[in-house]
Each structure stands twice: as C-alpha cells, then as structure tokens.
Ligand binder design. Structure first.
Ligand SMILES: [Cu+2]
Length: 164
C-alpha cells in the first residue's frame, strides 16, 4: 500500500510539474509523442476534465473544503476512489445532507463519474474535505489535489484559494 501510494504521488507530482510549466520547454518532445501515440492510458485520462477548482482559505491545522466540476467526456465510466494532497494530513470526498433542519456531512467512499456526465462539487453539496492542514491556505495561493481513479490514473487538480 505504501509503495502504491508513493508511486501515485510520483505520477501526481510529475503531472503538477507539467501543469506548472505549461507544457513548455522542460517537456521532452520524444517522450510526449511516445506517450500520446502508444500509451492508451494517457488517451483515456484526457477524457476526464476538472475545472473551476477552488478551496476555502483556512489556517494551518484547521479544515478547508475544495470544490470543482468534474466532466467525464469519455464513453467509459470511472470512479474517484481516493484523494492525495501535500497540503493536508487527510482528504476525503464528503456529502452534505439536511436532517431535521441541520446540515450534516458524511464521507463518500467513492464518487462515480458516469460516461458523459458532469459532477459538480459545490458548497452545501458534495465537496472535498481537507482535514488538519499542514500549512495555511491563503487567498490567491493554490492547493494541489490528486484524484485517484478506479482506472488507475490520477487526475491532478490545482485549486485556487478564495473566499466563497
Ligand atoms: Cu465535509
């Protein structure tokens, strides 16, 4: 399990690095061409899109929540089965429910992404909970969150910190 997580983290970190540099000069063109042409898992991963990702400002040690829209443009269903982030000691998908006039949150073990569907994570609904932050999240910063998928891919998300 530890080895698997480390491996995912390495994949995730390289994905974030590629995003950070905008796919510019650091990217080895021969490697990119090979991945696109020969590796079907890369092609499959592009059909999942995360957008409008943001998270609430919070102090170190506190709790934050992140929101985003996930679109599955492929013809195959996938499922979010876990989360990784360097910013918090733990992260989980939560759902919000109203019970006897009070809002309650509970963990969702998996988040299905049906083929062709858009899934919105928004305030008062499903969200990503970031527990016991390792650093403060300040407005204007970003937080990297990796969505671990049942397909074996990791979808890297960069959430902007801002007030709701
Ligand atoms: Cu929550």
């Amino acid at each position: 399990m530890v080895i698997r997580l480390r491996k995912i983290f390495a994949v995730f970190a390289s994905g974030v690095a590629a995003l950070a540099c905008g796919g510019g000069a650091d990217v080895d063109p021969s490697r990119g061409a090979r991945a696109t042409d020969d590796d079907p898992t890369v092609a499959a991963a592009v059909t999942l899109e995360a957008r409008e990702a943001w998270a609430r400002p919070a102090d170190s040690g506190a709790t934050s929540a992140a929101y985003l829209v996930l679109a599955n443009r492929g013809t195959t269903a996938d499922t979010v089965v876990g989360l990784v982030t360097e910013a918090a000691e733990s992260a989980a998908v939560h759902q919000t429910m109203q019970r006897e006039g009070t809002m309650h949150m509970s963990a969702l073990p998996v988040l299905p992404l049906p083929a062709g569907a858009e899934v919105s994570l928004a305030p008062l609904g499903t969200h990503v909970m970031l527990l016991r932050l390792r650093r403060a999240l300040r407005a204007g910063d970003t937080v990297a969150i990796g969505l671990l998928l049942a397909s074996g891919d990791t979808l890297p998300v960069s959430a902007v910190i801002r007030a709701p």
